[in-house]
Ligand binder design. Structure first.
Ligand SMILES: *[C@@H]1O[C@H](CO)[C@@H](O)[C@H](O)[C@H]1NC(C)=O
Ligand SMILES: *[C@@H]1O[C@H](CO)[C@@H](O)[C@H](O)[C@H]1NC(C)=O
Ligand SMILES: *[C@@H]1O[C@H](CO)[C@@H](O)[C@H](O)[C@H]1NC(C)=O
Ligand SMILES: *[C@@H]1O[C@H](CO)[C@@H](O)[C@H](O)[C@H]1NC(C)=O
Ligand SMILES: *[C@@H]1O[C@H](CO)[C@@H](O)[C@H](O)[C@H]1NC(C)=O
Ligand SMILES: *[C@@H]1O[C@H](CO)[C@@H](O)[C@H](O)[C@H]1NC(C)=O
Ligand SMILES: *[C@@H]1O[C@H](CO)[C@@H](O)[C@H](O)[C@H]1NC(C)=O
Ligand SMILES: *[C@@H]1O[C@H](CO)[C@@H](O)[C@H](O)[C@H]1NC(C)=O
Ligand SMILES: *[C@@H]1O[C@H](CO)[C@@H](O)[C@H](O)[C@H]1NC(C)=O
Ligand SMILES: *[C@@H]1O[C@H](CO)[C@@H](O)[C@H](O)[C@H]1NC(C)=O
Ligand SMILES: *[C@@H]1O[C@H](CO)[C@@H](O)[C@H](O)[C@H]1NC(C)=O
Ligand SMILES: *[C@@H]1O[C@H](CO)[C@@H](O)[C@H](O)[C@H]1NC(C)=O
Length: 833
């Protein structure tokens, strides 16, 4: 009865094995044949022509680097180097031509060896080339800056040249006059990972409207939109190609990847594997990840994804307009509030293009020239539109539409769009005319005010999601004697009067003076990094770059939260200690416990095997014996979780069709749902399929017993969602909270898992590094944005500003570098001078 239905049929893996780990290096080492699929070559030669100067402010060192040919200028008086470090006006050749090329498991790395670092150890410079389709031509390497103190230096270079061929599909649908756009979900440098079972099970690697990014741990075929990585990590099955845009069926948004590898499951007549992604619009579902809901046994993988991105653009705009304020608007996909009021109180701005000058104000009217209008063409005193404060949301950034200006040639009234964009790092702030004609003016305004300072609150492999701990109306407060800590998770603090830590801090420490006033406020760091799994498989969230550290003014205070799995519901933070300029907190919570199997006992009690939570579901039937749920076409399902079974002994029925008997009870603490899975129902269709169903319970204290709702259905399965207070009262049979963090790896037996996250060697953690680059450092985000921003071409191409990966611990962890190596005089020299 407790056998997982999510069985995966490993025997049909169409082998795209990784055994061919030979680096195929052409005479020109910058042209590399991809050794797994053997279908294409990487060609980095165009990275030759530029010299990259990395300037590290912290160590005050400069690195000159050229990838494919030696540096033109000498290094320390000698030729033949590719990487040259300058420190205190002293040059060191840390990388000589030519490098060794390592191309293994989808990771491309150039390893340069240089002069002596210490007696007996030479410098090495490891440059990892990482695919990013959105990286521009003038992309540049990023240094793991804290490896600079070591003999072994690491860099990451994100470039489109490290990508294979791809397939991209239109990601929009128009249906009944509504527009849907899933493109915010498309990833260009990383994939989604969907767990199919426990940590030893295989994983689905997924992208949306775009083929899977071919990279480390994702050696999928280049047209594949979803592929399955076997539990051994070395075989890949294509679960379907990117062929068609999403579509609407039965009022629901769906994306299908078809024509995957051959289906080798016995008795299944479909020739090829396919994958369907069922999208469910939910305005509250931000930061969510896709979820596997079965189907491998039918060669039809089903993935469900509740996300705001699946709501129509119109409804999202209404949603954001409904909450918009004066010159503020909230991005409905991220809940980030764009607040342009700081631009309001200034005087007017003047801009010009092709000799025509305009004056305008933001969210406010002009006073002297063309009074009452928002934009005025100066020479002719023409109104280009009246001012308003209705900031509108758009995927690319918020905008104002000043309408109702003077009449233009076509007889229409002139209007002006002022679109605010998050500019590239270092690009000047300010307005710029993008387009002008007699009837219309389009202004783009580069400003940091619209750069959402948000980190993804999910570990990189989409396993542990801390989003449910994010507070949006108040903060967590931890009191220790006269000290109070104000805390939020993955987000800046909610403003509290009297608390004046630097804006954007995630933790603020304050003391109560004898007159009960807050004094000595100290920022304990900013939310710049996503949570990670440490070596002990614990979830760790770090906040960095807080106030200066009193003991060591060169350092900034940081804080560090660990989230051990405990039978403790959401839990609460506890202050543990302060050491080495770091405040350490512990947060015992069940949300990091992932998902565990539960047991069913008569008459209708479910019990979790890991945390011993127990729920009596009989309460669901206190008032009603059977619940009826209709779909849009009027098809009626009946649901009786505990009561008598009406059709072939099934709990879920539709007409005479039984939708299966109970197969799994899953307590998914990560998603805060309890799932009852039913399978082996009546025969469905003329194939050998049978009906399956799932009912998921979500605790909501204020809703009473609640009723089930249809979440989605396909021809042979249906899934229901039931918000209820019945599952809120799950009693723990053991009264005391017990620690599970030390045993969870053994007990945990359903997803999410911890596979490979901290495998220790460089090659196994590239994806994690990618996440560092993506989410941790705002500079990094700015760099990334530069790639997609129309202004970025203004950046110099030769001398490139560089972004530092500021993640010492992670980098070390990732790189498995022994930080104690290389601690010699010459190295101290390098560090302390
Ligand atoms: C690699 O790219 C360079 C410059 O873009 C080009 O000149 C060269 O022919 C390419 N080499 C191969 C083998 O494709
Ligand atoms: C960095 O080094 C240069 C010379 O190499 C020196 O002029 C500059 O003051 C140094 N900057 C800092 C912040 O130490
Ligand atoms: C996608 O298709 C729609 C209609 O078929 C079209 O209007 C839109 O421009 C297309 N988008 C892209 C990015 O190709
Ligand atoms: C490639 O990855 C697989 C699975 O993660 C691993 O077993 C193998 O050792 C890796 N190969 C190399 C050369 O790192
Ligand atoms: C978005 O933020 C607002 C206020 O900041 C909060 O009330 C709302 O619950 C948040 N929505 C989500 C989905 O987090
Ligand atoms: C620039 O202005 C001149 C005259 O004012 C006009 O003829 C020309 O078309 C304009 N050019 C552009 C690109 O708008
Ligand atoms: C701005 O307003 C004008 C006039 O009402 C309208 O034609 C135009 O479509 C609007 N533009 C946007 C992007 O909302
Ligand atoms: C709080 O006060 C107690 C008793 O004075 C002391 O032992 C403890 O160390 C204090 N805690 C902190 C975090 O300062
Ligand atoms: C505030 O900081 C000052 C200087 O460090 C210290 O003397 C004072 O006791 C602190 N006040 C409180 C209430 O902690
Ligand atoms: C968090 O703090 C603990 C205890 O000092 C330390 O061992 C760990 O490395 C820190 N983690 C991070 C990510 O900084
Ligand atoms: C749940 O069922 C399994 C298998 O039947 C059994 O081994 C386990 O002891 C049960 N757990 C509890 C908590 O009853
Ligand atoms: C993981 O699930 C598979 C079945 O999908 C099972 O055979 C295996 O024992 C499970 N492993 C663990 C560690 O629970």
């Amino acid at each position: 009865m407790y056998k997982l239905i999510i069985l995966l049929f490993f025997h049909y893996f169409a082998i795209v094995a990784v055994s061919a780990d030979i680096s195929v290096v052409d005479d020109n080492f910058c042209v590399i044949r991809e050794p797994v699929l053997k279908l294409f070559s990487y060609n980095f030669t165009s990275l030759t022509s530029t010299k990259y100067i990395l300037n590290d402010e912290f160590f005050n060192a400069t690195i000159r680097l050229q990838l494919c040919s030696p540096l033109k200028e000498k290094c320390n008086g000698k030729d033949g180097y590719a990487v040259c470090l300058t420190k205190n006006k002293e040059e060191k050749g840390i990388g000589k031509m030519r490098p060794k090329v390592n191309i293994k498991n989808g990771t491309i790395m150039f390893v340069f060896t240089g002069d002596d670092c210490t007696a007996g150890t030479k410098y090495t410079v490891n440059i990892i080339m990482k695919c990013d389709y959105e990286a521009e031509n003038n992309s540049h390497p990023e240094l793991f800056s804290h490896t600079l103190e070591l003999c072994n230096i690491y860099m990451m270079w994100k470039t489109a040249l490290a990508c294979g061929p791809r397939i991209k599909q239109n990601c929009t649908v128009t249906h009944n006059g509504l527009h849907y756009d899933l493109s915010p979900l498309t990833k260009y440098s990383q994939n989604y990972v969907v767990h199919t079972g426990n940590r030893t099970s295989s994983k689905i690697i997924l992208n949306i409207c775009h083929s899977v990014i071919f990279e480390h741990n994702a050696l999928c075929q280049s047209h594949s939109g979803a592929c399955l990585q076997s539990s051994t990590g070395i075989e890949y099955v294509n679960l379907g190609d990117v062929q068609n845009p999403p579509f609407i069926t039965n009022g629901a948004l769906r994306l299908e990847y078809q024509d995957g590898d051959l289906c080798k499951v016995r008795d299944i007549t479909v020739p090829h594997i396919k994958t369907s992604i069922f999208f469910i619009c939910d305005f509250e579902a931000l930061d969510t990840v896709p979820e596997y809901t079965g189907g491998s046994e039918e060669c039809h993988y089903r993935i469900m994804w509740k996300t705001a991105a699946a709501c129509s653009v119109e409804s999202l705009r209404n949603h954001s307009t409904a909450t918009a304020g004066k010159c503020t608007v909230t991005n409905p996909l991220t809940n980030f509030t764009y607040d342009l009021r700081p631009l309001m109180n200034k005087n007017s701005y003047t801009i010009a293009k092709n000799g025509t000058e305009y004056k305008f104000r933001v969210c406010d009217s002009l006073v002297n020239l063309c009074p009452g209008t928002g934009v005025c063409r100066i020479n002719s005193h023409t109104s280009m539109g009246k001012a308003n404060t209705d900031l509108m949301w758009e995927e690319g950034g918020p905008y104002l539409n000043y309408t109702d200006g003077d009449v233009c040639k076509t007889g229409q009234r002139r209007y002006t769009i002022i679109a605010f964009v998050c500019g590239a790092e270092g690009s000047p702030d300010g307005p710029l005319i993008m387009e002008q004609n007699d009837c219309q003016l389009i202004i783009h305004w580069n400003t940091n005010l619209v750069c959402g300072n948000r980190v993804k609150c999910v570990t990189d492999d989409d396993e542990i999601n801390l989003s449910s701990l994010i507070k949006s109306t108040n903060n967590y407060v931890v009191k220790v004697n006269k000290t109070e800590f104000y805390i939020n998770i993955c987000r800046p603090l909610i403003s509290v009067s009297g608390i004046t830590c630097a804006h954007g801090s995630a933790v603020c420490k304050t003391s109560l003076s004898s007159d009960n006033e807050y004094v000595n406020e100290t920022s304990l760091g900013f939310p710049k990094e996503s949570p990670v799994l440490n070596k002990n498989h614990e979830t760790v969230l770090r906040y960095v770059d807080g106030s200066p550290c009193p003991e060591n003014p060169k350092k900034l205070i940081s804080s560090n939260f660990t989230f051990p799995c405990y039978n403790n519901d959401k839990g609460f933070p506890e202050f543990k200690k302060y050491e080495d300029c770091t405040y350490i907190f512990e947060w015992k919570t069940s949300i990091t416990c992932g998902a565990t199997m539960g047991n069913w006992t008569s008459p209708c009690i479910i019990k979790d095997q890991l945390l011993s939570h127990e729920c009596n579901l009989s309460l669901l039937h206190k008032n009603e014996k059977i619940y009826y749920v209709k779909n849009k076409q009027g098809k009626e399902y009946s649901i009786s979780i505990c009561g008598e079974k009406s059709c072939n002994g099934s709990s879920v029925c539709q007409g005479n069709n039984g939708y299966g008997s109970l197969t799994n009870v899953i307590f998914d603490y990560g998603r805060n749902v309890i799932k009852l899975q039913y399978s082996n129902g009546s025969k469905c269709g003329n194939k050998n399929n049978s009906y399956t169903s799932e009912v998921r319970f979500i605790c909501n204290e204020s809703i009473g017993i609640g009723t089930p709702k249809l979440l989605w259905e396909s021809s042979c399965s249906a899934e229901f969602e039931w918000y209820t207070n019945v599952t809120c009262n799950c009693q723990s049979s053991s009264q005391q909270s017990t620690a599970f963090s030390n045993v969870q790896d053994d007990v945990r037996d359903f997803s999410p898992s911890h596979t490979g996250a901290v495998a220790g060697i460089v090659l196994s953690v590239i994806a994690l590094v990618a996440a560092l680059l993506y989410f941790r450092d705002p500079n990094k985000r700015a760099c990334l944005r530069s790639c997609i921003n129309p202004f970025s071409s203004r950046r110099g191409s030769g001398r490139v500003q560089y972004c530092r990966v500021n993640t010492t611990e992670e980098a070390r962890l990732l790189l498995d570098v022994d930080p104690t190596q290389c601690q010699t005089d010459s190295d101290d020299d390098l560090l302390n001078a």
